[in-house]
Each structure stands twice: as C-alpha cells, then as structure tokens.
Unconditional design. Sequence first.
Length: 425
Amino acid sequence: MSVTMVVGLQWGDEAKGKVVDALAPEADVIARFNGGDNAGHTVVNEYGTFKFRLIPSGILNPSASVVIGNAVVVNLETLNQELESVAPFTDPGKKLWISPRCHVVMPYHRILDGLYEEAKGAASTGTTRRGMGPVYADKVSYNGIRLYDLLTPQQFKDKLSVQVRIKNAILRAFGHEELDGQQMYDQTMDLFEPVRHMVREPFGMLQDALQADANILIEGAQAALLDNDWGTYPFCTASSSLTGSITPGLGVAPKWITRSIGVAKAYIGRVGNGPMPTELTDETGDLIREAGNEYGTVTRRPRRVGWLDAEITRFTCQLNGIDELALAKLDVLDKLPKIKVGVGYRDRSGRTDLRYWDGDAHWLETIEPVYEELDGWNQSTKEARSFDALPEKAQDYVRFVEDVIGSPISIVSVGPEREAIFPVK
Ligand code: GDP
Ligand code: IMO
Ligand code: MG
C-alpha cells in the first residue's frame, strides 16, 4: 500500500501534471483534493498534449480509478470540455468518481471574481478569474451549491433562487446587470446531465483501496505559496494546497501518507501579483521566460520568473513534510553562463536572520535575497535520461540545491515529454 502525494512548492506551474503522469502507471487510484479550473496541468504523452484543469492528470492510465475529491470546486462547462478531450482515449464514465460534496462554480462566481479584482485595482491579486475566491467564500459561509443539490432538482431550484436574490443585490451595488435565475437553472442542468452518472461519493472506494494495499497517487493543484493560510495572502488562492489538506479535501487521514513529493522548478515563477524576492526583470529573466515557455496555461499571461529561492522552498518543504523533491525544467537553465540561487534574505537594516514566516506578503516585498552564484553548464540537458548523463556542472547544481534546501532530490525533469524525466539514485 502506498499513498504518494505530489504538491507544488512554489507559486504553481512547477510541472506537477508531468510528475503525476510519470508516476501514474504504478497507481490504482489517482485523486485531486483541491482547487478548481484555475489549475492547468500539462501532460505530454503518447496520446498527445493535455492541459488538465479538473480531472486528475492520471486519467489516461487505463486501469486506475480517478477521483475529483470533495474540496475541488467544479465548473461544469470546463468538466464537460475535459471529458470530451479524453473521450477518444479512455472511458471516464467507468473510472471517474466525482464527489457529490464538490461545490459548483456558478456563473455569478466568475462575475464577482472579476468585479472584486477590478474594485481592488492595483492591489488586485491577479486571479485567473475562474471564480475561485467567491465560490470558496460561499462554501464557508453556507451559501454554496453542491453537486448533491443538482442531483435533487427542487433542492437546487430553491437554493439557486436564494443565491440569485443575494447576488443580484451585490451586482446592483456594482451597477452590474442582474442574473436570470431560470436561464441559469436550465443551463446548469444541461451541463450537469452528461456528468450525472459519474457523481458518486469516493470515500468508501478510497477506504477499501487503503485496506487492499492499493497504490494511491494524489495530485495537488496550485502550490504552498498560493495556499490560503500559508501563502503570500492576499496574493494567493482560495483553497488549501498542502499535503495536510488530504483529509478535508479527500477524506483520507494523514496517517496514510507514505511519500510526499514536492515539485519545484530549477528556477521560480509566478503568474499574478504579489511578492517574489528573487524575481528577474532583466534580460536573464527574458531568457528564462522564453526557454521555459513561461506563459500561463489557463490565461496565457506571461509568467514572472526568477532565480530559485531556496529559503522559501526550505519553508514549503517543512510545511508539507516533504520526503523528496522533484526538480523540473532543469533544461531551461542550459544556456546561462552563471546561475544564482537565493539562499537567504536581508532587510534594509542588513539583518540576515530572516525567514519567510517572519512577516506578511507586504513585508516580503521589502526583503532582498542573498545569493550564491554557480557556474552554468552551457550545454543541452534535454537528451539526458539519467543523472549521470547530465553535464558535471548540472549535477553540481542539483546537488547544491539539494544541500541548501535540505531535502533529497529524487526526480529530475529535463523536458515536457514523458521520457524526459528520471529518478536520481
Ligand atoms: P503544473 O500546473 O504544475 O502541472 O505545471 P504546468 O503544466 O502549468 O506548467 C509546466 C509547463 O512546463 C508545461 O508547459 C509543461 O509541458 C512544461 N514542462 C514540464 N516539465 C518540463 C521540463 O522538465 N522542461 C521543460 N522545458 N518544460 C517542462
Ligand atoms: P496549477 O495547479 C499558477 C494564482 C493566480 C493568482 C492567484 C489567485 O496549474 O499550478 P485564483 O484564480 O486561484 O483566485 O488566483 O493564484 N494561481 C495559479 N498560478 N498555477 C496555478 O495552478 C494557479 N492557480 C491559481 O495566478 O495569482
Ligand atoms: Mg499549471
């Protein structure tokens, strides 16, 4: 029996989808436990290129059951599109379990997300505008609509009419056009029809799998620095993206986790606003952005990039209880003559005994990184299929990162394709 968790250690888009796809052939069950269609997990394998938003990246494993856990928020339109994209290769109806406890992202959540962002102006979070803040706010304030409600049309109708009344009051205050409840009801029920038979509570199946010595692979969305509690609030997301969220997100107790893999890029990136101490706004940053194709999977926004921040990654490893690191996108650094790694922070008074958790996001904006500089390898790593096949200086970089973060690197990725990933012994 194994329960392997794969979570992001930076600000998202670390290549979690790719790592999950590589581990998926060993898995009997593959599950998501957080977020919604703000996630975009890219998988490049023998079937093509997929950008999974809600469905776990292992759906193409022919024999595994796949789970959309209860704390995932479901946009039915996105779900239908995704189901169509995998239909030529697999039958999701047979293997997908979507918890009826999942909250539904309604059209008004997306509208409110946009209105709140615009009202905040320069102080906005830079969300994906998929309605995440408003849908999770409705969840915790007992105003949510769950898949359970859609299973009972009258229940849905009653709850929707209350929400339309509440939301219209807010929309009026913003001077926004009001909602048409009947149209929203009809549209939601149409979108629900094709997925209805996959809505079934996975709790019992997961508990049986744990007892039956199955291999369970759990795919995190977003990342520790976007976590609603521990991330750079308010420049974060609305859900919890840590290994510890396995219980509220999926109904699996923490004691079952056997392996926690944290995914980090060999540098760092973020899309959206907020502090990023090691950000590069110069030509080196442009080089990394182009080499790494750092444009948002969901929004196509250029991602901000910078040097690897080992200080912050040490913290996110502690937060998640990481056993092993997967270092992705090492090939993106191939052409750089010198590579820096942020190993600590310095404030304006010169103090260097500072930690991520000493202040909030606004404080972090004022902090300067302390760097160590390493030689680049100036050679392609894209063809490497083992650690020994990496240029010596690339091996030195991997070992340096491992030492300074303090967690072993067990996986290295050197390209988007499924073959371009290998274990480090
Ligand atoms: P996720 O959200 O963590 O699953 O990551 P994304 O899919 O949003 O972003 C990762 C991007 O990097 C995708 O375009 C992947 O195809 C690509 N990618 C993954 N691993 C590697 C790698 O090792 N090297 C390069 N160059 N690209 C990679
Ligand atoms: P994956 O799973 C990168 C960021 C947004 C924004 C902030 C809040 O692909 O790594 P939200 O729409 O969630 O309210 O936006 O969080 N964000 C992500 N950035 N990868 C993601 O997911 C993200 N999910 C949310 O850009 O800064
Ligand atoms: Mg992504």
